[in-house]
Design a protein around this ligand. Sequence first.
Ligand code: AMP
Ligand code: ZN
Length: 460
Amino acid sequence: MALKLYNTLSRKKELFKPIKKTEIGFYTCGPTVYNFAHIGNLRGFLFYDFVKRVLLFNDYKVKHVMNITDVGHLTSDADEGEDKMLKGAKREKKTVWDVAAFYTQAFKDDMVKLNFILPKYFPKATDHIKEQIAFVKVLEKKGFTYTAGGNVYFDASKLNDYGKLARLDLEVEGQARVDKDLNKKNPHDFVLWFTKSKFQDQGMKWESPFGTGYPGWHLECSAMSMKYLGKQFDIHCGGIDHIPVHHTNEIAQSEAAIGKKPWVKYWLHNEFLILGKGEKMAKSGDNFLTLSVLEEKGYSPLDYRYFCLGTHYRKPLMFSFSALDGARTSLKRLYDKVLEIKTGNKVKVNKKYLNRFIKEINDDFNTAQALATMWEVLKDEKLSVGDKYSTLLEFDQVFGLGLKDLKVDKIPKEVVQLAEERLSARLDKDWKKADDLREKIAKFGYVVGDTKDGYELKKE
Ligand code: AMP
Ligand code: ZN
């Protein structure tokens, strides 16, 4: 069935036509590893995982590359502000290398907890300095660079379509930019290679033909995506904040280097996770919530996954704990229902619902609508229990909520024993003892309810 996706380049939903029949080239901008990912970052990464799952569901092979930024990213996406990695190192009194290793692992742990299908390649910028230097040399040879104040810059004025992704009005935008870097010839030029570091204690430096220094942030994504996916590839994802600077510059330097257009066929961008009054969650802000914080508060990572599925990726998603509570309750209900219908019988996926589901996910990843369809399957009295179960498992290949691995909870012996004692106490009308026993049962994470035949035990 046709897959349509909203391409930021055209600002339209387009029919997906892969470049090669064999495999889809899929690049997603990864984290800057100077701190834990916050749940806003994770919303974006979850979206990439949904995109990949939808592609796989459509029987495409996917070659997924996600970079790890461990050098060169300043606090502004343009070449201003503090160095993010140095900031992390100062905060923690560690080397930048230690900070990078620690937060890269933390990020991967989050991905596993959130049930991602992990990317095949996780290239680190610092492992690809050679490729980045080679990339600058190509640009230099083609006349797209200049050196000023010791740094090598990309000359944006050399391209006639610079800014096409963001539809920048270069004139107006250029005048509005208060640029602190007086070495730039044009306001949209950007650094490819820093030698004159603004940061005295910059710990990461490499020899290069342009002088000892380190790469500008945008360079890694062009150099590494081409290394693993070839000069042109299918899909590139990122957050909407990347449209005006990071992705604009990635396109400029890549198309300048390969001399072909387009470098990437489809650009997909996710909206932000926001807090009350539209405030966005940022690593530098106080409103920073991580997956571990959610876990400490008793949520499972998959509660957050379910929460993200409920809103289309191109709409801002308002975070609140009460909204997350809603997602947790729904997911628990879903798990209970799935355990009720779980069956060993050989059964079939319902075609009518499957077609509807495919239409929804293939309509620019409408996971919210697809979730509603899943609930309809559960409520449909005409469907056999076995067919419901099979259909849901099929859908879960995209949702990734772990339905296949759900197990009927085996209630511990001690809990059953306490429940039996409580039943006797109730029959003896010893309400105080019955209440005490209820509390003991609760300590094991179970709720005991009274039924006409005795009692029932459920996990809290
Ligand atoms: P960083 O680790 O800072 O390089 O950011 C990683 C990704 O998170 C980028 O693609 C951003 O677009 C994305 N991002 C940052 N803040 C948010 C947010 N509040 N909601 C959704 N995505 C975000
Ligand atoms: Zn990137």
